[in-house]
Design a protein around this ligand. Structure first.
Ligand SMILES: [Zn+2]
Length: 220
């Protein structure tokens, strides 16, 4: 059966003499593919490309063969600086490492597509990268946004541990402390639906490292 998918290439790897294997994020989930490199234009299938893929597979197989494809966006804005590329590849890695094969996730596909389209417009790409990390954790159910302490339910929050928010009085080993200003940034990064609002965020290295620390704690 042949189906056409809109997809973002997550990774590719040369396979045997003339083939390429890889994975592509679609609304239907992550699909693994194989492509014959000799086919016309097959060389341009590379990570960080958005396109339309005509795929076919045997009912018993999980590996799709690329019948034809058309690349519609190579996200050239991201390719202007190493920092932008690094952020984009961290987003792709998050998806590659976390998503089960062929498990539909249209929301995650749309979020990734929007973020990659906008990433080049951001002077500091880490703003969109950390925003993606927080939204991704929230989407996966790993983060439970709360303004009151999850433990005592009384005090305002000041730290995050394993995806839960706590006050300064409750004992939470290895929690990451956030100042009120940092928490405001955290909530805006994670909950804002406006790119213009995200562009106003001044993300300093300390806050970024705390968010990365929280992300690593939940994903490693
Ligand atoms: Zn508390």
């Amino acid at each position: 059966m042949t189906e056409t998918f809109e997809g973002i290439v997550l990774h590719t790897l040369p396979y045997q003499e003339n083939s390429l294997i890889g994975s592509v994020l679609t609304k239907e989930g992550v699909l693994s593919f194989i492509s014959n490199k000799n086919k016309k234009n097959a060389g341009i299938i590379s990570p960080l490309c958005l396109g339309s893929f005509e795929l076919t597979k045997k009912p018993s197989s999980t590996l799709y063969k690329i019948k034809s494809f058309h690349i519609s966006n190579q996200f050239l804005g991201i390719r202007k600086s190493y920092a932008h590329l690094q952020s984009a590849f961290q987003i792709l890695k998050t998806l590659k490492d976390s998503q089960l094969a062929e498990t539909p996730s249209p929301h995650l596909f749309n979020l990734t597509k929007c973020y990659l389209e906008k990433l080049g417009e951001f002077e500091n790409p880490c703003v969109l990268k950390t925003s993606f990390f927080i939204k991704f954790l929230n989407h996966e159910g790993c983060l439970r946004f709360n303004l009151q302490c999850s433990h005592c339910n009384q005090n305002s929050i000041s730290k995050i541990s394993m995806g839960d928010f706590f006050c300064s009085s409750c004992f939470t080993p290895q929690a990451i402390e956030f100042s009120p200003e940092e928490l405001k940034i955290f909530f805006t990064l994670g909950l804002s639906r406006s790119f213009s609002e995200l562009k106003k965020i001044q993300l300093d290295t300390t806050t970024e490292e705390k968010i990365n620390g929280m992300y690593n704690e939940l994903t490693s």
